[in-house]
Design a protein around this ligand. Sequence first.
Ligand code: PAF
Length: 282
Amino acid sequence: MHIFESTSELREQVSIWKMQGLKVGLVPTMGNLHAGHLSLVSLLQAQCDKVVVSIFVNPTQFGPGEDFDRYPRTFQTDQQQLSSINTDAIFVPSVEQMYPFGILQTVVSVPHRLTSLLEGERRPGHFDGVSTVVMKLFNMVQPDLAVFGQKDYQQLRVIQTMVDELAIPVSIVMAPISRTEKGLALSSRNQYLSAEQHAVAPKLNAALLDIAAALRSGNRDFKALTKVATQRLLLEGFDAVDYLQICDPQTLLDSTSNQSKFIILAVASLGRTRLLDNILLN
Ligand code: PAF
């Protein structure tokens, strides 16, 4: 497995692969890898010849007071896990490599209609940080495909929109959410949870599954469905429900009753830890 810190060496390797007619996939990550990340690598391995995993804790997507400083940096174990599943290369740029002209000079900004609601409303500037770093990673790695998890669904829509509107020659693959046996969506942030909070956390998915079942059986009273689920989560031990909404999967605006495709999006907090989850219904 190659480990690249410099963009020029990585590019040289990628161009050799491409000259050999090989298809290159990218899995962008912030490290602290778990089974969910590894499933993204496996998904791309089935569609590409070579898979590059980038590890970069991107300072520009963390707001003031968020967990940038305490975000776990676990390069040794990340490297072992990636090597054990035959990843071809890891790209680990430094902050100076990624932002040689300083933080957020030229910014890629996806339209507000998609970035100012839900996570964007609660984390101003977050998606500018994400779209800018992902654009940079695409330019640095030059992959044919890149994979993003459905768990961060709004992020996926933001990147898909950037790719479509800027005609970036990268195909975006959506990976299904990996979960624990009890249904908790895997996330690096789950390790912040205490044992007690761990016991409560899967109830978020259970609440979303109940809404999904109601929608499937024809219930279109979105307000009542989300209100009841929110109250239930608070009773079951969540400290706050940031949002729980039934939305249009394309626009992320609130659903209207004559739609047939839905995404149920939720963020609920246990202490300082925000847990994201969603269910897509087509
Ligand atoms: O989802 C993440 O881990 C990050 O937002 C990403 C896409 C790697 C950009 O820093």
